[in-house]
Design a protein around this ligand. Structure first.
Ligand SMILES: Nc1ncnc2c1ncn2[C@@H]1O[C@H](COP(=O)(O)OP(=O)(O)O)[C@@H](O)[C@H]1O
Ligand SMILES: [Mg+2]
Length: 312
């Protein structure tokens, strides 16, 4: 349905994306996962024919972004990062306005709007002024606008950013239900989000695709992407011998010996062994001052993945 080949885009001297390639099959929900400034929005703007790449190509339903941008625009519903909403209009008036801009003929407008209202669950606020809505409902108005005329493809740029936890759950649920019927690309910088909504993930970092996988495989690869931090009083060698009794520990880093003669360790483990580890350390007469896990930041996970990719 969508084929992206070697997209590169410069903003002046600054290279935003470099040789980005991936494919999206019909009915698939693809997650474009990457930290801030990775190039997600740039990629989406190119695919929606908002702007051309510096080089490379992409086709949407066999139409080329270079040759047939108008055809492509008709097939795509786009939720931009900051949807341009008109705060003074009521939800229905805004959707009517958006439908006119999209060139939906007047005899079809009413049913197009009511379908969009239903799909984006806007019924309860349809007569309210957009400006009075919560961030979550505003985002749904943006989604409703993207859904007008039921485009086969949806491109959603960080649809849950800025929402509260309950709104996030609702929007994710909505998006999930739109998959299958629509082919969807959504961008996010939140790892669990792709697990919940996407069938496949393309990870982009500093403008380059660094990995592509199903969320399940990705999660498996990132298992143990939590480290355990320890502060111990006593003989380092004893601590080390306790560690070697745990097959779950894949890496031990001794950090620093602070003023009070305690030792800090950072462990990489394949599962949560805090309970057994605490007992084992105390049994050996060591003083356990701290034991906690710390998740890797997204940046570290990307680093991890990038290195792994190079090794593979
Ligand atoms: N209009 C622009 N002018 C100059 N640099 C830009 C512009 N838009 C984006 N960039 C830069 O391109 C890179 C990718 O940005 P973007 O595609 O917005 O990333 P993301 O959506 O993943 O946060 C960033 O370094 C950003 O600062
Ligand atoms: Mg962005």
């Amino acid at each position: 349905m969508i084929e992206v080949k070697d997209l590169t885009r410069y903003y002046g001297e600054k290279r935003a994306i470099h040789n980005v390639s991936f494919e999206v099959k019909k009915g698939e929900v693809l997650g474009l996962l990457g930290p801030n400034a990775a190039g997600k929005t740039t990629t989406m703007k190119i695919l929606t024919c908002f702007m051309p790449p510096t080089s490379g190509s992409a086709t949407v339903a066999d139409y080329s972004i270079w040759e047939q941008p108008m055809e492509i625009k008709k097939l795509i519903g786009y939720l931009p990062e900051n949807p341009p909403l008109y705060n003074d209009l009521k939800v229905l008036e805004y959707l009517d306005f958006a439908a006119k801009i999209k060139g939906i003929p007047s005899d079809k407008r009413k049913s197009a709007i009511s379908t969009a209202v239903e799909k984006s669950a806007l019924g309860s606020v349809q007569n309210q002024v957009v400006g009075s809505l919560s961030k979550g409902f505003k985002q749904r108005v943006g989604l409703g606008q993207a859904l007008l005329d039921e485009p086969p493809i949806l491109i959603l740029d960080e649809p849950t950013v800025g929402l509260d936890p309950r709104q996030i759950i609702e929007i994710r649920e909505l998006i999930k239900n739109l998959g299958g019927e629509h082919t969807i690309i959504l961008s996010t910088h939140i790892l669990p989000e792709v697990e919940m909504t996407c069938g496949r993930v393309v990870i982009i970092n500093e403008g380059e695709v660094v990995a592509e996988d199903t969320p399940e495989k990705l999660t498996r690869r990132l298992k143990g992407s939590e480290r355990t931090l320890l502060e111990i009083e006593g003989d380092d060698a004893v601590a080390q011998s306790v560690f070697s009794g745990f097959g779950e520990i894949t890496k031990v880093d001794k950090q620093s010996v602070s003023r009070n003669n305690h030792t800090h360790f950072t462990l990489e483990t394949t599962s949560d062994i805090r309970k057994d580890l605490a007992r084992a350390l105390v049994d050996k007469g060591l003083g356990l001052y701290e034991l906690r896990t710390e998740a890797y930041s997204l940046e570290e996970i990307f680093l991890h993945l990038t290195t792994k990719e190079e090794v593979a």
